[in-house]
Design a protein around this ligand. Structure first.
Ligand SMILES: Nc1ncnc2c1ncn2[C@@H]1O[C@H](COP(=O)(O)OP(=O)(O)OP(=O)(O)O)[C@@H](O)[C@H]1O
Length: 297
């Protein structure tokens, strides 16, 4: 299903503008919503999940008015919130079975089939009789996906799902998300660039409530080819380079500081050109240096 968000705005009672005329079109497949903490991602996800009201704008899922026809949307929606809590003293099977009942799966045999199927799909079948309190972060997140998939939703929203996962769990979780994104619309909100680079066919970067950039990751990377330059600097040299160049990122590499700068032409001073990555797209955009390619959001 296609999700069309138009001029969506939200200001909290304390005056914080969390979303400012956000406009995005999201097609089936995996869509990455990338932005730093506080960018407005969770606010947007909660509004799309019908859990929070906006001040202005419209959202349509095909021809369903998301802001108005909430029951209809909830039937089609799976949501994994950022702060997904579980009851520590019940088992994975028991809690999923409980959620399935809440979703309206009344018939016991059918419910068992669905619950077993989801536990298998999320690789939790072997541990289904263990208490959720003993689950690792990765297992909990996979359980979160299992509950989000109840009712076979067409739109799935996952909010910062990989934060805190170890590398192995992250890969496992990525594989799971990639499977479910095959035939559904999945929105992945994250501040981790590699989540989007690994998984998403299309993406947007959001900061301070504004959509700064959107498009296909590969195209966006092509768009800054030839404009990212790198060199090592000492810690003492760094402030001077930051003053004279548009330094978009600094990273320690084997104890030395490697900087990336955004520049239309060779900045000299020993800088070398490099092939950009999605990290460079992200940091250049957040630094306010790269919004010429906003594309058709
Ligand atoms: N209930 C609230 N009342 C007031 N301000 C809020 C509320 N919820 C969020 N904010 C503020 O709105 C802005 C956007 O927050 P939001 O949680 O949507 O961002 P985010 O991109 O999801 O960041 P994070 O990853 O830290 O959750 C932030 O400045 C935040 O402090």
């Amino acid at each position: 299903m296609e999700l069309r968000i138009r001029n969506l705005s939200k200001t909290y009672a304390n005056g914080v503008v969390a979303l400012d005329r956000v406009t995005l079109s999201i097609l089936p497949g995996m869509f990455g919503l990338l932005g730093p903490n506080g960018a407005g991602k969770s606010t947007l996800m909660r509004i799309l999940a019908t859990l929070q009201e906006c001040d202005a704008g419209s959202v349509f899922l095909d021809d369903i008015d998301v802001l108005d026809e909430q029951d209809e949307v909830r039937r089609l929606l799976g949501y994994l919130p950022q702060d997904f809590g579980v009851y520590p003293k019940v088992t994975a099977y028991e809690l999923l079975d409980h959620f399935a009942q809440l979703k309206g799966l009344a018939q016991r045999g059918r419910r068992r089939e669905v619950v077993d199927g989801l536990l298998q799909q999320t690789n939790l079948f072997e541990v289904r009789h263990q208490k959720l309190g003993g689950f690792s972060g990765g297992m909990r997140q996979r359980f979160g996906i299992a509950q989000a998939l109840l009712g076979d939703p067409r739109l799935i929203i996952v909010d910062e799902p990989t934060a805190g996962l170890d590398p192995q769990e992250r890969v496992r979780f990525h594989n799971l998300l990639s499977d479910i994104g095959d035939d559904r619309t999945v929105i992945l909100s994250t501040h981790i660039v590699s989540d989007v680079a690994d998984l998403c066919a299309s993406m947007a970067i959001i900061n301070k409530g504004h959509v700064l950039l959107c498009g296909e990751p590969a195209r966006l990377i092509e768009g800054i080819e030839g404009r990212i330059w790198t060199r090592f600097v000492t810690k003492q040299e760094l402030p001077d380079f930051q003053q004279r160049h548009t330094v978009i990122s600094t990273r320690l590499l084997s104890g030395r500081t490697r900087i990336h700068v955004f520049a239309e032409r060779d900045p000299g001073e020993g800088f070398e050109p490099i092939h950009p990555t999605l990290d460079d797209v992200y940091f250049a955009t957040i630094a306010g240096r790269h919004n010429a390619l906003a594309g058709n959001c």
